[in-house]
Write a protein that binds this ligand. Structure first.
Ligand SMILES: *Cc1c(COP(=O)(O)O)cnc(C)c1O
Length: 411
């Protein structure tokens, strides 16, 4: 008996017209002509909007949605999202400027990051955004800079929770971590801080990323509410806001399915009832890839097709210098294929051919798709990598080997 072939979750977020994939209503050929580029990232605004709508359908209205800009800081995308989410979370001074220039109110912009430089702390205080303070020294620095500027820094504490996420995915809390202040230490120092010298906002409890397990997320939310209540109780001044983390994942690999938000929302509704004191505070969920990854494709042209000892290779004009995460070198332990298709042969009856698609870099790491069945791939076809709207160009070593940088478009 042969094993069933694992399939990727259906990439049905884009329309298809006579076999042509449409992004924002345009075929890849049309996008190539508009941009004068034969390799690019294209993002579909309507798909981003649909993900945000899905969030609001299931998650209680009392919980606000923030976008973590590091997932995709392309300014036209950030500007479009400004009207669709209730705040931005930034992780550098450059992201802060993108967020500010989008027109998002400063009160709804926060800055987290484990090694903020003094100049970044100063920039955040002058701008008037919320600092997610990650250490006791950072608090001291913020207070000193605030005194110098005659401005109270707006401070929320990033907490390293004692609980750990009960699932795979990227753990960013529990045990020793470089992020935030350990919950037990924070509970110790909270009663006696110099609250006169800061404008105290609240807490940021971040426990992980790229999670597709409903049970694990529910468990993390239960733990987060319990911890938030303890922190609020230990603080002698009023807590304005608690960021309860994010971590909603999207399916990248064969066998993974889209996250069902319904039970997560139902559990949050129960938690809001069980913790009435927290329900009166502004609660925030911050998401990056969940909002934008499904909306993006990375499209490159097939430039050669050759056979090596019985195995067919496609070469393309795109590669890991543009899309490190698809190559498997951005946190994957064992390389797995992202969903890939021939963007001008969607549906229809084609002979499927098992091929490996590679980029132009002189390293075996530069693999776009390994031994995948694609629809009759030929020279000049479009090789499309789905789920590419997050951690794309800005998470890739674009200068490696000196090929041209990739361009982006939002449609
Ligand atoms: C990276 C990060 C995010 C975004 O993670 P996603 O997996 O893209 O949702 C959100 N918040 C913090 C603090 C982060 O470090």
């Amino acid at each position: 008996m042969s094993k069933p072939i694992p399939v990727h979750a259906e990439m049905n977020q884009f329309a298809v017209d006579t076999e042509q994939l449409l992004v924002g209503g345009k075929t890849l050929d049309q996008i190539a002509q508009m941009m004068d580029q034969q390799v690019f990232y294209a993002y579909d605004k309507s798909v981003v909007k649909k993900q945000i709508d899905k969030f609001h359908t299931h998650i209680p209205k009392a919980i606000k949605l923030h976008y973590a800009i590091k997932a995709n800081p392309y300014p036209p995308l950030v500007n479009a999202m400004k009207d669709w989410v209730e705040g931005f979370d930034v992780a550098s001074q450059k992201e802060m400027l993108i967020a500010l220039q989008s027109g998002m109110p400063v009160a709804d912009i926060s800055f987290a990051g484990p090694s903020k430089q003094v100049a970044e702390i100063r920039a955040a205080i002058v701008a008037g955004i919320t600092l997610h303070v990650e250490s006791e020294l950072e608090l001291k620095r913020a207070i000193e800079i605030g005194e110098e500027l005659n401005t109270k820094p707006i401070v929320a504490f990033r907490v390293n929770p004692a609980f750990e996420l009960k699932a795979s995915g990227m753990k960013m809390g529990g045990g020793p971590k470089q992020f935030g202040i350990d919950e037990e230490r924070l509970l110790e120092i909270l009663p006696d801080l110099d609250y006169d010298k800061i404008s105290f906002r609240g807490f940021h409890i971040y426990w992980g990323s790229q999670n597709l397990k409903v049970e694990a997320i529910i468990d993390a939310h239960n733990n987060t509410f319990m911890l938030a209540q303890k922190l609020v109780d230990a603080t002698p001044v009023a807590t304005v806001t608690v960021n309860i983390g994010g971590g909603f994942g999207i399916p990248y690999f064969a066998g993974e399915n889209r996250l069902d938000l319904a039970p997560i929302g139902e559990n949050l509704t129960v938690l809001l009832k069980d913790y009435p004191k927290l329900a009166d505070i502004e609660l925030i969920i911050e998401l990056g890839r969940y909002l934008v990854a499904e909306a993006g494709v990375y499209a490159s042209r097939v430039t050669d097709k050759k056979v090596s000892r019985g195995h067919t290779y496609l070469t393309t004009n795109g590669g890991l210098h543009h899309h490190l995460s698809n190559s498997g070198n951005f946190g994957q332990v064992i390389r797995k294929n992202y969903p890939v298709a021939i963007g001008n042969k969607m549906g229809g009856a084609h002979i499927m051919e098992k091929v490996t698609a590679v980029g132009p870099l002189c390293t075996p790491l530069d693999t776009l798709a390994d031994k995948m069945s694609l629809a009759d791939p030929q020279l000049d076809d479009w090789l499309v990598v789905f789920q590419s709207g997050a951690y794309g160009p800005t998470a890739s070593p674009q200068d490696f080997l000196g090929h041209p940088h990739v361009r982006e478009i939002l449609l």
